[in-house]
Design a protein around this ligand. Sequence first.
Ligand code: KG4
Ligand code: ZN
Length: 360
Amino acid sequence: MAKCLTVLGIETSCDETAASVVKLTPDGSGSTLSDVVLSQTADHAIFGGVVPEIAARAHISHLDRLVDKAMQDAGLDYPQLDGVAVASGPGLMGGLLVGMMTAKAIALAHDLPFIGVNHLEGHALTPGLTHDLKPPYLLLLVSGGHTQIVAVEAVGEYHRYGTTIDDALGEAFDKTAKLLNLGYPGGPAVEAAARNGDAERFSFPRPLKGRPGCDFSFSGLKTAVRQAAQELDRVSETDVADICASFQMAVTDSLKDRLQNAIGQFAGQHADGRGRTLVVAGGVAANRKIRDVLAGLCDSNGFNLVIPPIDLCTDNAAMIAWVGALQLARGKSDRLDLAARARWPLDPDAAPAAFAGKKA
Ligand code: KG4
Ligand code: ZN
């Protein structure tokens, strides 16, 4: 690649409407020229979760303005771009279509290459943009829709070590919060409540702990939290704090156990010592307790821990623009009849997990 590549990225796969312009330089490093994100959290809060139709309508209302702003912030006109990238899956179909149509229209109007990007690949390759980190490395992706451990071997080469067989971790936080009337999104509320709680008071299950492999399961934990709350006469503030702290303890124990297996598997497959890095992405990466536990785990295994800045851990368009630029640099782009994909596993060889729905 002889010249810089400047790419506009668009992200509308869930409940964030986002646009960003990113530049890839010939030495392989990247910089973010603009990055705008509009979170729809408030629109969905009273429903306790993302409502697909509301999300799609909000994307329609805001995307054009956000794309304009991303271009203005970058100080660029469309002809100065080298391509337009969009998250084309996996995600909610209505939202994906809004982003796809917008990206295709811009690409067509300005005769620019168009690139459909896997949203999960965006999360997986973000450390290249933020930390100049090159594969191989191990990735833990923990968000409201996904809980996966993936070996990132190279751009375009991913091996999924494990996934959730039921709920995603962020979903488990959100459901726990809903049960305790802590509001939505639940993760930050559960974390805050847990700070004053007794993590030993409730002994919640650690599903799959001690078993081989790297899969997760959180639905049993959710049921145990519900039972604990129902068994109390009146749930006091102290009870809420203790339930949250005990829940978080069960979660961190489970993450440690599953990741220990993953680290063993990864180190076994990279006996030359390359890639001793664990990257964490997704909204749950904001959790301090989880960060501390993962830092300890990495320390004891001789791994580095890399966590991108939190606004690049959660859904954003910089990661989509970045993957678009990397694809373009490899001579890849898509036709304008590319279809959106509600499901799109990063590792095509990974078997669908039994009950994982769209999270696999
Ligand atoms: O990556 P993200 O912003 O959106 C997607 O799901 O794609 O992740 C949102 C999830 C929500 O489930 C939210 O409750 C969780 O991340 N989350 C947290 C924290 N902050 C956000 N979970 C635990 N602790 C937090 N501090
Ligand atoms: Zn995401």
